[in-house]
Design a protein around this ligand. Structure first.
Ligand code: SF4
Length: 131
């Protein structure tokens, strides 16, 4: 299966919410598929999660600049290369240890509409935020 880098952050925080019923059904299915297949190939364009998204435009996204920035930040932090294949379990552990537990979501995707949900799930607060 194909995954873009920033979806490695979305998957562990997925609790059944998303842009549409079709989108949430697909992300749940892709999460099960990733567990079953045990690995994925990193892509720079639309992936198997984007496939059912109402914001997808072919290989692109209505928020392409933003999602490209998120993808690049995750690739840089984890040293990932597009086109390469990765084991899911090893990457999930690195995402947890190097990004989620270090509360680095704000610097990667703090302007995503889902950031408040992910931040609450991971106990992250933006700098200067008191509550
Ligand atoms: S918003 Fe864009 S990057 Fe996110 S799932 Fe939809 S098409 Fe993919």
């Amino acid at each position: 299966m194909k995954l873009r880098a920033h979806h490695l952050l979305c998957l562990p925080n997925f609790i059944g919410e998303g842009y549409s019923d079709a989108f949430t059904a697909n992300i749940a299915a892709q999460k099960r598929r990733l567990a079953a297949e045990g690995g994925f190939t990193l892509t720079e364009g639309a992936d198997d999660i984007c496939a059912a998204c109402p914001h997808r435009r072919g290989e692109s996204c209505v928020s392409q600049d933003k999602v490209s920035r998120y993808d690049a930040a995750v690739r840089r932090l984890l040293g990932l290369e597009p086109g390469k294949s990765y084991r899911a379990a090893a990457l999930e552990e690195r995402v947890r240890a190097e990004i989620l537990e270090k509360h680095r979501l704000a610097e990667i995707c703090g302007d995503c509409e889902w950031y408040p949900l992910c931040a609450s799930l991971t106990g992250e607060r933006k700098e200067g935020q008191n509550t």
